[in-house]
Design a binder for this molecule. Structure first.
Ligand code: CUA
Length: 333
């Protein structure tokens, strides 16, 4: 009774696990890079499946044909059969060639270093635990949410400011390590508009699991609108508003030591907040960018993201001050 219940529960869980949705499936490629690795995976999968079928078939034949029967002598082992030995050495070698040639070819075509001259360049810097994005040709700096135009070549140059991270947006392409003092590249051209999630794929400390990212693939016009918004200076809150009070609180608090807001503060330890109001999420994709989450983040970030550099403020901000800072940050579109 107990055992059948165990089986039923396991089967139900397995079925549920297969149900999706799978926002981070490498089997649903949305770029040329992801498609190249997907084709490679499928090719090798069928080679492996064929090998499996042949080997299992031979195994079953041997088990049935040579199994022990009353009164039958044990079969004689084959010894010194040169042709047989050459054959079973060559067969796997040939199969490996069929696997290795497309693999090596794909590694070179997706190295990301040869790019068309019109490619959009994005520099990614991994930090414990968030992603910094810089667009050197556009003069834009942002965090955690990368915007790219659909159908255009993009080159992402990946490095790290502290430990090794790994940049991974599965539907757009394979993961690449973010290594301090070294630059790795990904080049891709996204083929459909969307909001694609990803995450750090290399254990990098206490909040490795909280180091998410998003790549927003925009239509040309939407991408241009985003660029214009990011390039414009910071929004100025209206006079005598709660947001203006928030700006004053921000400017006299420890916030300025770590965060840049253009024209207000120069910090470079945490994410650039010049246009933080235009992001969908905060805290490296952990929470929706709304008042409640922003307020609890400002009040006590370490309880939401273990190990985070942003400490509780001493003395703590009052609830009124926090509400004002939240209004200010939300005004920074
Ligand atoms: Cu960064 Cu794991």
């Amino acid at each position: 009774m107990l055992r059948s219940r165990w089986w039923l529960t396991s089967a139900a869980l397995a079925l549920l696990g297969c149900g999706g949705p799978f926002p981070q499936s490498t089997l649903a490629p949305r770029s040329d890079f992801a498609r190249a690795t997907d084709v490679l995976f499928r090719d090798i999968f069928w080679w492996a499946a064929a090998v499996f079928v042949v080997v299992e078939l031979l195994l079953i034949i041997a088990l049935v044909r040579f199994r022990h029967r009353e009164g039958r002598a044990a079969p004689r082992p084959a010894h010194g059969h040169t042709i047989l030995e050459i054959a079973w050495t060559l067969a796997p070698a040939v199969i490996l060639v069929f696997v290795a040639v497309p693999t090596v070819r794909t590694i070179f075509t997706t190295a990301g270093e040869d790019i068309p001259p019109n490619a959009l360049k994005v520099e990614v810097v991994g930090h414990q635990w968030w992603w910094e994005y810089k667009y050197p040709d556009l003069g834009i700096a942002t965090a955690n949410e990368m915007h790219v135009p659909v159908g255009k070549p993009v080159q992402v140059a990946i490095t790290s400011a502290d430990v090794i991270h790994s940049f991974w947006a599965p539907v757009l392409g394979g993961k690449r390590d973010a290594i301090p003092g070294h630059v790795n590249y990904i080049a891709f051209s996204a083929d459909s508009v969307g909001d694609y999630s990803g995450q750090c794929a290399e254990f990098c400390g206490a909040s490795h699991g909280n180091m998410r990212l998003r790549v927003l693939v925009d239509r040309d016009s939407a991408f241009q609108a985003w660029v214009d918004e990011q390039k414009g200076g910071p929004a100025t809150p209206p006079k005598a508003s709660l947001a203006e009070q928030g700006k004053a609180v921000f400017s006299r608090s420890a916030c300025i030591g770590c965060h840049t807001i253009q024209g207000v503060s120069p910090g470079i330890i945490g994410p650039n907040l010049t246009h933080v109001g235009s992001r969908i999420t905060v805290a490296a994709g952990l929470f929706p960018n709304d008042s409640a989450h922003l307020a609890s983040w400002i009040a006590d970030a370490p309880s939401l993201k273990p190990g985070v550099l942003m400490t509780r403020m001493k003395p703590p901000l009052t609830d009124a001050d926090i509400a004002a800072v939240v209004a200010y940050l939300q005004s920074l579109k």
